[in-house]
Design a protein around this ligand. Structure first.
Ligand code: PHE
Length: 529
């Protein structure tokens, strides 16, 4: 196995690594996307596809990504180059650019979370507030909606975007070392806050019924292939797979590390958190007579805060739980977004042997501009008609491509390349060297055949659906809700698609090509030994 240079930095302890990897995995997805999906896909019936996705795809791919990063001691694109050559590096950059896109909108959402946190100290809980924004009459909208839209269309929200980017850059400034220090605070904090919410939810009158709703299966729904696609993309997103994050994090592990055990711990911590969050949210919503039937953003910004607003105990309790909820979201979100920033920064640093400060500065500038694309339109045009919610629609569209499709495509090709071209048994052997639990040879077939076939299946299914019903492609929920007058905006789905695919493929090709030009001794050092 290649030696890793100390200069790359290492986790101080295995615990630090587990905290960082599970901190990346546990994010906004666990708190809101999961509940929304579970409800949408028939409560209890979602668990079966979800569990199958976890055991058959999630855990094996995580072991594979840990193995890849650790085996090569490199971040994702170079790790893939070392194992499967140029094509691998191209895939690596594709994943990294995808991660960059996701970090852009993820951080915009985090800035809104921060804005809501500020509001949760007061304004957010007033019945209504004057809403100059979006051309609405004063007080026409109840809170928390009113506050959210008012914030969305205020200039100061742009400051929050810059601030959250700065926080991310600050946390990753020295790689593993500073990330570890941060997750040691954030990860225990978010567990604590989640458990407090759980206890509160379960002790609310009628709360337990919410839990029953969550666990009551509706097996009819499982015949629906949508549910399976939902479960598959959810497992990739929630475990932070297909971005090159887990490979980057594992490359900072000392040589003798039990990767299988680490992957199991990370996955179980993540899914445990997701379940607890699901129960907490369903109990609170049920007790306050709300339904988690909403898009994930609405869940986070409207439905759950509305539930908190209705909780017994009066203003002080609303204040406490409101602040707690948004701090929880922020801690969970930041420990995830830093992993995205680290994934693409470390890839660039490794590739160009560049100074971390320079790369972080570039990431900050490009990332902030990207995040502003989602936040700025609402500020410029504070109206709900015309293109007033353009940023939200764009966010939906990028999410649709980069998240729902990009991740699983990367997973698919990664398994094929490592399985067939490199030979997954080679990675398995190094993983087994230091693992208590030995991966059996059948692991190879899982990676070579079962996972690719499953992913291919949902992918083809989803593409067929989109061809049949192109409206599904448009991520048009916002236009339906707020009657956006499409105008030139009707080209937005195409623009978003070409923006994404063009930058991902073009950028990946360019970065792979640059490598060939800049190939020199320094790069070879990082190469196979
Ligand atoms: N796993 C995170 C979540 O569930 C999302 C995420 C994906 C974060 C990839 C970083 C990278 O919210």
């Amino acid at each position: 196995m290649p030696e890793k240079t100390e200069a790359r930095g290492q986790w101080k302890s295995n615990l630090g690594f587990i905290l960082a990897a599970s901190g990346s995995a546990i994010g906004l997805g666990n708190i809101v996307f999961f509940s929304a999906n579970a409800y949408k896909f028939g409560g209890g019936a979602f668990y079966l596809p979800y569990f199958i996705a976890l055991f058959v795809i999630g855990i094996p791919v995580m072991i594979l990504e840990f193995g890849l990063g650790h085996h090569t001691g490199q971040s994702y694109p170079l790790a893939l180059r070392k194992t499967v050559g140029r094509g691998g590096e191209f895939l690596g950059w594709f994943a990294i650019i995808n991660a960059a896109f996701i970090s852009m909108y993820y951080i915009t959402i985090l800035s809104w979370v921060l804005g809501m946190l500020i509001g949760s100290f007061g304004t957010l809980w007033q019945d209504s507030i004057p809403v100059p924004a979006f051309g609405m009459a004063e007080g026409a909208l109840p809170n928390p909606y009113a506050y959210f839209f008012d914030m969305l269309s205020s200039w100061w929200v742009l400051g929050l975007v810059v601030l959250v980017w700065l926080a991310n850059i600050f946390i990753v400034r020295r790689g593993a070392q500073t990330i570890e220090a941060c997750v040691k605070v954030f990860v225990p904090l978010m567990w604590l806050f989640m458990l407090i919410l759980l206890v509160r939810g379960l002790t609310l009158e009628n709360g337990v019924q919410g839990m029953l709703l969550l666990f009551t299966p509706n097996f009819e729904v499982m015949k629906n292939l949508d549910v399976w696609q939902g479960a598959f993309s959810q497992i990739f997103f929630t475990l932070s797979l297909g971005f090159g994050i887990m490979a980057a994090y594992a490359s900072y592990l000392p040589k003798r590390s039990d990767l299988t055990n680490n992957a199991l711990m990370t996955s179980f911590l993540n899914c445990g958190f997701e379940y607890i969050a699901g129960v907490a949210i369903f109990t609170i919503l049920f007790a306050t007579v709300l339904i988690p039937k909403a898009s994930t953003l609405s869940m986070m910004f409207f439905i759950i805060p509305s539930g908190i607003k209705e909780m017994p105990g009066g203003d002080p309790m609303v204040l406490v739980f409101g602040v707690l909820f948004f701090v929880l979201l922020l801690a969970a979100g930041l420990s995830s977004s830093i992993s995205l920033v680290e994934a693409f920064s470390s890839a660039l640093i490794d590739k160009f042997r560049a100074n971390r400060k320079v790369i972080l500065l570039v990431s900050f500038v490009v990332g902030t501009i990207g995040s502003l694309c989602f936040a700025l339109p609402q500020v410029i045009n504070e109206s709900l008609s015309d293109d007033g919610t353009l940023g939200l629609t764009l966010l939906d569209l990028v999410d649709h491509w980069a998240f729902s499709h990009g991740l699983i495509v990367v997973g698919l090709i990664e398994c094929i390349l490592l399985g067939w071209v490199y030979g997954v048994h080679r990675i398995r052997r190094t993983i087994n060297e230091h693992s208590k639990f030995n991966l059996p040879a059948s692991f190879d077939w899982l990676v070579k055949l079962v996972i690719p076939l499953l992913i291919l299946f949902v992918l083809v299914f989803s593409i067929v659906l989109q061809i049949k019903d192109p409206a599904g492609m448009y991520g048009a929920s916002y236009s339906e809700n707020y009657s956006v007058d499409w105008g030139w905006v009707r080209w937005l789905p195409q623009i978003a698609f070409f923006w994404w695919i063009g930058s991902a493929i073009g950028g990946a090709a360019l970065l792979t090509f640059l490598r060939a030009k800049a190939r020199g001794a320094a790069v070879e050092n990082g190469g196979k030994r």
